[in-house]
Design a protein around this ligand. Sequence first.
Ligand SMILES: Cc1cc2nc3c(=O)[nH]c(=O)nc-3n(C[C@H](O)[C@H](O)[C@H](O)COP(=O)(O)O)c2cc1C
Length: 347
Amino acid sequence: MHQHLFQPITLSKTLSLKNRIAMAPLTRCMAGPGLVPTQTMADYYARRADVGLIISEATIIRADAQGYPNVPGIWSTAQIEGWQRVTDAVHANDGVMFCQLWHVGRVSHQIFHGTRPVSASAIGLNERIPRMPGLTYPVPRALSAGEIEQLIEDYATAAANARAAGFDGVEIHGANGYLLDQFLHYASNHRDDEFGGTPENMVRFPLAVIDAVIDAVGADRVGLRLSPGAYAHMSEDKRDKAVFELLLSELEKRNLAYLHVGIFDDSMTFESLDGLQSSVFLRQNYKGNFIGCGSYTAAQADASIASGAHDMVAIGRPLIANPDYVSRVQQGEALVDYDADMLNTLV
Ligand SMILES: Cc1cc2nc3c(=O)[nH]c(=O)nc-3n(C[C@H](O)[C@H](O)[C@H](O)COP(=O)(O)O)c2cc1C
């Protein structure tokens, strides 16, 4: 049963995985004081080490990257030591784990870090902040060119910190309407300098981050998540497609460990992508390893690997509900249904 899901895969010269199930990055808002990962988090990830690849919950690269309470960081010594306990526990169970590197950009509020949120342009998000009753997102401040240079360095430092903390690699979070994605979509990028206005300019900052992270840890240990279809914290623009086509052609030259689609439900199609699903658009424009995601059952994931649509599939909510997801699927046992109340505890 599900024979394709349980085939090993070699992602890069340093990464061989025992199966094709990835644990999708899942923010749980359970970090301790100082945004330090806890022992409970170590136990939670270690219980899921039988997936081929664990992608950590999004982990902020510096203080102003924060947009949700109690998310873990990867810049202080205490945070790195906290993550070391997590990766040790995962490795003890024969798991492989990447750290998802995150900056939310405008999807933030000064309440988290005391400064005005930053973005490509001063364009606010007209939404309420989840888990923070009564708060809406403020209008961000556009980053200066000098601040962009600093951010590129901060991503590279975070990647090096992740390796120092024992992660096997990093996934750059370029999806879901957060900072890097804010540069890649016309709705949020109105810049008229070298970082906006044309596809060449709009990919400049995300590509510089990718290259700096590759320099820090090696392309064989770098994954990237993208959402070419605007579905979260973003609105669509027909011109976005050309930006992603250019980005993907550049990525082809870089030999990353993998590309991963950011989407909640992969049956969604996008007018801005000529009616395609995000995953189909990415697969058509990128030849390297590709991780699908978005409301997949194990049977659908298996079929999508069999058809060549994906090389691996990331599973999110079912892995929250079933720490033993892999063995249940392998043995054909029923799964527990996911329920949002499960987010209240880390088991
Ligand atoms: C509680 C929760 C937290 C999430 N946190 C993240 C995150 O930190 N980073 C990210 O890229 N996606 C995040 N996502 C999106 C998931 O990675 C995934 O794309 C989505 O859940 C669809 O997969 P699924 O249907 O298998 O759950 C989150 C989703 C949920 C439900």
